[in-house]
Design a protein around this ligand. Structure first.
Ligand SMILES: C[S@@+](CC[C@H](N)C(=O)[O-])C[C@H]1O[C@@H](n2cnc3c(N)ncnc32)[C@H](O)[C@@H]1O
Length: 350
């Protein structure tokens, strides 16, 4: 192989790409290896969980799981920018045959901080009120444990001061606060607390919204999204463990600016890519299963024309790592690696 050929071989070819992002089929560890140091602003991902019952997308036994995931985390630390963040969603789990919780998500947290050198910027809890009760044995049959409806989401950072702006994720004020802002004299009189602390009248000024808490209440009840509609048309089973797009959307808004680069290393149905595209952040999706990644392209298709959906899906599945443009404008330009700044900005040049 010529030197040029060898250089090209180190650069992977996206399965598809959009105006802002690129989706690659492959093992995330191999793909991470090809990224430059200090090139990514945010990695947000939800790995295959260490659940006891094997999921259809494959799980490692709990003992191996923490070390398996640590390999990815070491590479993530290398590729993150100094003010970058790594957001990791982990579902809870029980030990086999016992009503005793696994500590794996906490072991991951401690290992990633103590051994890999991440800081825990903040822990988040994702409350999904629509989660089904499980495990059936302890929750439904014996009724000795309650429903687990919270995932832990660890927000790791490479440095102690990651880029973050709460102003980008303000939530609507409560009814009480709205009344106070409308008529602060009626509802609120600035006073000194018994401690002598002055609660000044600045509380009566609107800041455009309230500061959110680290409890994210987001149901996972998507039933009529474009992704699901297109899966149905193409006769494809939707990915079984999708993020609601509001999860990546929250962290992308909070931790990045437009044109920053967001990476999901276990992209599945590429909910992260969809959120990033809408927020005009550049994105990369890595996913080992070509079927899942091919169907994820539905999220970016402009048309819901049955023939077109089936055609694009068939092409994505059939072709060997070919890049198929799915720009919103449906332009049919060819993807040229050399001419794409974004591509050469992130992938290693030998
Ligand atoms: C929990 S799912 C992620 C779902 C995703 N957040 C979504 O919204 O669709 C985990 C994904 O990781 C993929 N996966 C497992 N091992 C992988 C690896 N070594 N490299 C890349 N992807 C992998 C699985 O195929 C699965 O789709």
């Amino acid at each position: 192989m010529s030197i040029r050929g060898a250089q090209m071989a180190r650069r992977p070819c996206p399965l598809y790409y959009t105006e802002f992002g690129m989706a690659f089929v492959g093992d995330a560890l191999n793909l991470l290896n090809l990224l430059r140091n200090d090139s990514i602003n945010l990695v947000i991902t939800s790995p295959p969980f260490a659940l006891l019952r094997a999921k259809e997308y494959g799980n490692k036994p709990q003992e191996e799981y923490v070390e398996w995931l640590a390999q990815f985390a070491r590479e993530i630390k290398r590729v993150l920018k100094e003010d970058g963040s790594f957001v990791l969603d982990l579902g809870g789990s029980y030990e086999r045959g016992k009503p005793v919780r696994s500590l794996y998500n906490y072991r991951i947290l401690i290992k990633f901080c103590d051994e890999i050198g991440f800081s825990l910027a903040e822990e988040f809890f994702w409350h999904n009120p629509s989660k089904l009760p499980s495990p059936i044995e302890w929750v439904n049959k014996r009724k000795v444990r309650v429903k687990d409806s919270v995932n832990t989401i660890w927000w790791f950072s490479k440095s102690e001061h990651p880029k973050a702006n709460v102003k980008n994720v303000l939530i609507p004020y409560s009814e009480r606060m709205r009344k106070l802002l409308e008529n602060s004299e009626k509802y609120y009189t600035p006073q000194k607390r018994p401690s002598g602390h002055d609660i000044s009248s600045r509380f009566s000024h609107s800041n455009g919204g309230a500061i959110p808490s680290n409890l994210l209440q987001i149901p996972n009840t998507e039933s009529n999204s474009k992704y699901l509609r297109c899966c149905k048309i193409a006769g494809v089973k939707p990915h079984p463990a999708r993020f609601p797009t509001k999860i990546p959307e929250f962290f992308i808004r909070f931790l990045t600016n437009p044109n920053d680069i967001v990476l999901d290393i276990f992209a599945g149905s590429n909910a992260t890519g969809e959120a990033a595209e809408a927020l005009q952040r550049k994105w990369l999706a890595f996913e080992v299963d070509k079927n899942y990644l091919s169907a994820s392209a539905f999220r970016f298709m402009e048309s819901e024309n049955e023939k077109e959906i089936i055609k694009v899906y068939g092409e994505l599945l059939a072709k060997e790592a070919r890049n198929i443009p799915l720009l919103r404008t449906q332009r049919t330009i060819l993807f040229r690696k050399e001419s794409t700044d974004f591509y050469s900005q992130i992938f290693i040049r030998t």
